[in-house]
Ligand binder design. Structure first.
Ligand code: GLU
Length: 447
């Protein structure tokens, strides 16, 4: 059985690079093992969840190359959640409690004063039928707690190794609020069971939930899945990513010109024993993936590292990959053009300037007008090729005695308008004689 994995975001906002990392780790393991990859929207919070956010999450994942095999919504599975709750009630594992939030606070304060752990005292279990009826008569509605089994809950975490949680030290968790709505725990376990989830891969902020969830799987008659809890991504200053959501959302990174494969490469490799390097295809990341390579330590996300990765990805990008993207930008450059300029790009959009340099008008920068005029008069006859630059500058060297920067830099400034850029030998033949002559004479447009 190949099994199934799920990425389970709440559609209450955009996903950021840390969420995308969880999605990618799940997807990579699914692709590596032939398991199904499921996108599950944890949308039981009707007020905060929206279809717009669900659609945006789907779009962001697709942009990264992650297309789920199935999509499910928890909000459509209420009947299954209710049936599971009823099963737990029948088994005596779900019990009604009537304490208000204030009463619970006071209990915890008293426990702390006596140096006791602030664990729920299960007072509600001792209520008689009459006491319950009286409380309900006062208009109180119960919330429902899961009765934990005492003792250790253990699992072998695919990232963290053997883990144990002492259930005796935990409060019985509330599964259902007084208004009848479910907290995250029960629907998540019920859906994991029904969707055949074989491996739960998520951030280490969920480790504490896992002990309770393992008991819930068992109470519902199911075998718990495997668990893998990866370390969290933090911002460069060590703070949590969610506070920086705006700038680090996947859609913001896309709008900022980051390539999908640069983001995917970083998300897949950060916090692992592999070097964070740009990969051109998801298949390469699948081949590299293994839980044993994931570190438990938090990894720092640095936007400058992503930008550098983006540049490296573009520098190595094949013309075949770049061509449709160039076409989208309205750029008709051929292989020679792409290979001449790709080494100077940080963002694909940077290519627009170089396309202007070879195909239309730029503002030439003339530092030494006499030298540039002489250079114009010595331009070789066309056709030009990869040797033309060398031949022309050798003649200029002979004619003027200039060398090094004094020989080359005024030509680069006049021909490209910038003091740095692609190899002149590669871009010079693409500019051609008439544009070169005009620019060397300080003219913006061709005559
Ligand atoms: N909706 C939960 C979250 O976003 C899912 C956690 C899980 O993977 O179980 O944190």
């Amino acid at each position: 059985m190949a099994g199934a994995l799920r990425f389970a975001p709440s559609p209450t906002g955009l996903i950021h690079i840390g969420n995308a990392r969880t999605a990618i780790l799940n997807w990579l393991h699914a692709r590596k093992t032939g398991a199904r990859f499921i996108l599950r929207f944890d949308d039981t919070d009707a007020e905060r969840s929206s279809e717009e956010f669900a659609a945006a999450i789907e779009k962001d994942l697709a942009w990264l190359g992650i297309v789920p095999d199935e999509i499910h919504r928890q909000s459509l599975r209420a009947a299954a959640h209710d049936a599971a709750a009823e099963k737990l009630r029948q088994a005596g594992r779900l019990y009604p409690c009537y304490e208000s939030a204030d009463e619970l606070d006071r209990k915890r304060a008293r426990q702390r004063a006596r140096h006791l752990p602030p664990v729920y005292d299960r007072a509600a279990l001792k209520l008689s039928d009459e006491e319950r009826a009286r409380l309900e008569g006062e208009g109180r509605r119960p919330h429902w707690r899961f009765l934990l089994d005492p003792g250790m809950v253990s699992w072998d975490d695919s990232v963290r190794g053997p883990q144990s949680i002492d259930a005796g030290s935990l409060s019985d968790p509330v599964l259902i609020r007084a208004d009848g709505s479910y907290l995250y725990t029960l629907p998540s376990v019920v859906d994991d069971i029904d969707l055949g989830i074989s491996h739960v891969v998520r951030g280490e902020d969920h480790v504490a939930n896992t002990g309770v969830q393992i008991q819930l799987f068992k109470a519902l008659g199911a075998r718990p899945p495997l668990f893998a809890h990866h370390g969290l991504l933090t911002a460069a200053d060590g703070s949590g990513l969610s506070k920086r959501l705006g700038a680090l959302s996947i859609s913001a990174l896309r709008a900022d010109g980051m390539e999908a494969m640069a983001v995917a490469s970083l998300a897949a490799l950060i916090g692992t024993s592999e070097a964070v390097a740009p990969h051109q295809r998801m298949g390469e990341l699948v081949a590299l993936f293994d839980f044993s390579k994931l570190s438990r330590a938090p990894a720092r996300f640095d936007p400058a590292e992503l930008e550098a990765l983006n540049a490296r990805l573009l520098h190595d990008m094949a013309f075949e990959t770049a061509q449709p993207r160039l076409a989208e930008l309205g750029i008709g450059g051929d292989r020679d053009f792409w290979e001449a300029v790709r080494g100077n790009l940080t963002r694909l959009g940077d290519v627009e300037y170089w396309w202007k340099v070879v195909s239309s008008d730029i503002e030439p920068v003339i530092g030494d007008a006499d030298y540039c005029a002489l250079a114009a008069s010595l331009l070789p006859a066309e056709p030009w090729d990869s040797q033309s630059w060398k031949a022309w500058t050798a003649r200029l060297k002979e004619a003027t005695g200039r060398s090094g920067k004094a020989l080359f830099q005024p030509l680069r400034l006049a021909l490209t308008g910038l003091d740095r850029g692609p190899e002149m030998a590669a871009i010079f033949p693409l500019i051609g004689k008439s544009k070169s002559a005009a620019r060397l004479r300080g003219q913006k447009a061709q005559p």
